[in-house]
Design a binder for this molecule. Structure first.
Ligand code: GLU
Length: 287
């Protein structure tokens, strides 16, 4: 029986794809194909400083080389900024977002000066410097054109959202703990959105039922689950897969000089054999 399944691969075009990306793309693709669903490609190009059009072309070439196909034209996040702006406005209107004027240096200094800076999965949390600014000061600094990001008032949001259950195919039932991430950025100083906001909005807008991605993004799902609750969006099933390791147990994606698919192709690697070896790695637990 065909299930209603939509999965996606959502690379950021900051470079060419590596084996780890290939593994993730393959798992997402195979999940949809096995269940008679659809597989989408979304290009996460909201970071103007790091994304390059030639990497988009390269990624598409790499995926085709692996023999993957996707349904529908690829979606580009850079063309969907109004959608994210709308979501941010909704969060602002309900008092869940505040402007943050801090520079990185200011945040670092504050963290160094504090006796016990709270830490999240990605390091020290934003120490909340701008959370307590008054409305008047905020309005004045924005009107004066001072550069600012927008942050989630996580304590307020969590208090209002209530319990946040989600399900991971490998980990089972999870209760989201978004407060552990602190006041994450919703819109950056240099981009009118952030990874967390854009990915949450898009997974819902594209009707994604199954998010397949690496274990390294497991913790980010706590934040996405909170944003889903605040924005009234459906909650997909999650499949955070193990990361490919090299023979020394080091993460492939982190290893300096780990080969790109493009370089493997140039060396004459047979893509069918490669895909077969990747598929043999770890089958995905189906929902
Ligand atoms: N764009 C993210 C990355 O390349 C992946 C986003 C996701 O799968 O949620 O790491």
């Amino acid at each position: 029986m065909a299930m209603h399944v939509i999965s996606r691969f959502a690379p950021s075009p900051t470079g060419r794809l590596h084996l780890g990306h290939a593994f993730s793309a393959l798992l997402a693709h195979d999940l949809a194909r096995a269940l008679g669903g659809r597989f989408l490609l979304r290009i996460e190009d909201i970071d103007p400083g790091r994304c390059r059009p030639e990497h988009v072309t390269g990624i598409i070439e790499d995926l085709r080389w692996l023999g993957l196909d996707w349904d529908e034209e690829p979606v580009f996040q850079s063309q969907r900024l109004p959608l994210y702006a709308q979501a941010l406005e909704r969060l602002k209107a309900r008092g869940f977002a505040y402007p943050c004027f801090c520079t990185r240096a200011r945040i670092a200094a504050e963290i160094t000066a504090s006796i016990a800076a709270p830490h999240g999965p990605d390091g020290p949390l934003y120490p909340g410097i701008c959370r307590t600014l008054g409305e008047e000061e905020r309005a004045r600094r924005i009107a004066a054109g001072e550069a600012h990001a927008w942050r989630l008032d996580s304590a307020k949001a969590v208090a209002l959202a209530g319990p946040l259950p989600w399900h991971d195919a490998a980990a089972g039932p999870v209760a989201a703990d978004p407060a552990a991430h602190g006041d994450v950025v919703l819109a950056r100083k240099d981009a009118p959105t952030s990874y967390h906001l854009a990915v949450t909005v898009d997974d819902a807008a594209q009707g994604v039922t199954d998010v397949v991605r690496g274990q390294d993004l497991f913790a980010a799902t706590h934040v996405h689950r909170l944003l889903q609750a605040l924005l009234g969006l459906p909650v997909p099933r999650y499949h955070h897969h193990a990361l490919l390791l090299d023979d020394k147990g080091e993460r492939l994606a982190k290893r300096a000089g780990s080969p790109t698919l493009a370089s493997m192709r140039a060396e004459g690697v047979d893509p069918a054999g490669l895909v077969e070896r990747l598929r043999a790695q770890r089958p995905l637990a189906f929902p």
